[in-house]
Design a protein around this ligand. Sequence first.
Ligand code: NAD
Length: 497
Amino acid sequence: MSDTKVYKNFINGKWVESSSGKTFENRNPANTDEVVGVFQKSNADDVNQALTAAAEAYKKWRLVPAPKRGELLYRVASKMWARKEEISRDMTREMGKVIAETRGDTQEAIDMTYYMAGEGRRLFGQTTPSEMPNKFNMTIRQPLGVCSFITPWNFPIAIPAWKTMPALICGNTVVIKPATDTPLSVAHMMEVFEEEGIPAGVVNMVTGSGGTVGTALINDDRVRVVSFTGSTEIGRKVSEGCAPNFKHCCLEMGGKNVQIVMDDANLELAVEGALWGAFGTTGQRCTATSRLIIHEKVHDKMVEMLKAQAEKIKVGNGLDETVKMGPCINQGQLDTVLSYIDIGQKGGARLVTGGERLTGGDYDKGFFVKPTIFTGVTQKMRIWREEIFGPVLSVGTFKTFDQAIEMANDTAYGLSAAIYTQDINKAYTAMRDVYTGIFYVNAPTIGAETHLPFGGTKETGNGHREAATAALDVFSEWKSVYVDFSGKIQRAQIDNQ
Ligand code: NAD
């Protein structure tokens, strides 16, 4: 414990302790003996300081030309690239996903930073004719001010970067509260900003609980945008907190994503996709494949193939390059997964493989569970309907394409869906009729790229999208500008009849 590094909050360009005087430990979910770091257990006073710094910094940052803001982001992206391996290894230590995936997570943050750096020379508005002579019309994007971010643990640097980079390029300032399980990755992001000379107060990090730090970030009147990624349950609270004074509120929440497999599908590819979608990141992706529906003609064959492959997945510490699946994030999530396995069995689903915690040796120090597959899952069962957020795949079956579409849409969520088929007509029909924010053809439900909008329908989101230029719409507001150079009053809709 004495050798463990103590990380501070990053407020107004300085690393500072919480005025609470309290800290919390961040432990490795693959080996709970290892304390990854000690972090500030912050309070409302710390949030107040960070928001004061962000509000002050905004006065100047909004006036920095966007291409110049972009130049800083280019340097930040290069530095993240230079530190990619270190950031990724620390991410595996704090969060458990395998090193190949944490490298991907860091790469996603780098990609987003380069992308938004480029937007510094675009941020295009429109010029458009006026209905009047000698009048010029255009639209410009304007920043909003202070943005607060509340982020989850499953993409510890990618999601914070998805929010921070578009906010900054638009001219806003930022206070971020990372998930309590993964503050180190955001601390690394702050270090990179500091190393590249971001002006004091433009980005700030306050670590601590959702109830205390998160609530203070939502309620403060100086905040103009709250961007939240996490569970639908907490997202609803965030939305309610933002409503009284009309803060912009961007919510990215849960999923119950589906892969449809038609009888003409390339089954090997479909199996590979389902396993990667269901067990990548230990099933802890918002886009994870948690429902698999297979045409009855190929159901038994595909289940057999899935079982054989799932049992070969090596589970363990993600720093071992040969390991393919890491632990659950914490005891609470492990308990949730095990309770859903119980619910599945009691509800009448058939356990095909997995279904238990891994124990013995090093497994006893972490939150490991076997890749688990249920078949015979029907639409009424809880394991069909509720997000589990763990390595549990619920398999159902169908007779007709229309039935598959109906089953795919039978969920409260709407993040991601996939179809495996060789029939282009069915692929396009499913693309049109499955009501999600993301859709894949012959590819798993996971694997978003940063230059396409990211988000979901129904209880997954509230209409906004992250990533791509869509993110700019969260972090800027349109201003329509009319310039009349006629030298006289011209009344719209009246003088041009
Ligand atoms: P969570 O909702 O428990 O926590 C998310 C964040 O909210 C954390 O930083 C947490 O500290 C904070 N928080 C908790 N209570 C709060 C409160 N009362 N007020 C303000 N903030 C509070 O979610 P999680 O367990 O960290 O992440 C898993 C969930 O996130 C899953 O439901 C998953 O689907 C979702 N997720 C969605 C996306 C997406 O883009 N749609 C991406 C990743 C994760």
